[in-house]
Ligand binder design. Structure first.
Ligand SMILES: CC(C)(COP(=O)(O)OP(=O)(O)OC[C@H]1O[C@@H](n2cnc3c(N)ncnc32)[C@H](O)[C@@H]1OP(=O)(O)O)[C@@H](O)C(=O)NCCC(=O)NCCS
Length: 175
């Protein structure tokens, strides 16, 4: 994967690559948002983790960021709260990255996911990739709305089995 900045700033947000020091904040966000995230987010299959397992996971994410296989940033808000996560994953072929995002259930409806996603898409393009792909379950209206707000085009559908069976709408943002 291309090299991406460990920290990005937008008008309201700071996006910072995860580190083990974020484990308590992440635990609180995931525990409060479990029912909101579980239907849509594959990694929720491994939740709830213990605090120690969360620290170990965040160390793995920091290593993945450093080696360039996955860039995952915590989204920090204006009051210093952990709002959610935005990620660019190297799993959709050359010159492209897959965008993912989730928000704490108490921080939806304020444009934060779109603002964070726009920043990492821009960073991806500045780093030399040509396409960002978003794959959302067809029934996940808020997630598909983020893709549409980013100016992505619908480029197909995919049927998936485990861990979350369903039909995904595929969106593409091109440089
Ligand atoms: C997907 C998800 C991140 C979308 O969250 P969201 O809050 O709808 O998206 P945004 O943060 O971009 O906020 C957009 C909303 O904020 C509103 N908004 C309020 N203030 C705003 C501001 N200052 N700027 C921009 N938008 C603002 C927008 O009008 C929009 O409202 P609407 O939904 O009524 O149209 C969230 O639903 C989620 O975490 N879902 C579970 C996890 C998930 O499905 N992830 C994606 C898997 S593919």
């Amino acid at each position: 994967m291309v090299a991406l900045p460990a920290q990005l700033e937008t008008s309201r947000l700071i996006l910072r690559a995860w580190g083990p020091e974020d484990a308590e904040a992440l635990r609180a966000a995931l525990d409060a948002s479990d029912a909101h995230l579980r239907p849509w987010i594959p990694f929720m299959q491994a939740e709830p983790r213990t605090l120690a397992a969360t620290q170990a996971w965040l160390l793995e994410l920091a290593a993945a960021f450093a080696e360039g296989s996955a860039a995952r940033w915590a989204i920090w808000g204006p009051a210093g709260d952990l709002l959610g996560e935005v990620m660019l994953l190297d799993r959709v072929g050359p010159d492209a990255l897959e965008l993912g995002y989730w928000l704490h259930r108490d921080h939806t409806g304020q444009g934060y996911a779109t603002e964070a996603a726009r920043a990492v898409v821009q960073a991806g393009f500045q780093s030399g990739i040509h396409r960002v792909v978003i794959r959302c379950d067809v029934n996940n209206a808020p997630s598909n709305a983020v893709a549409a707000r980013l100016g992505a085009e619908e480029t197909g559908t995919e049927h998936v089995g485990a861990p979350l069976p369903g039909t995904l709408r595929v969106w593409t943002v091109s440089r």
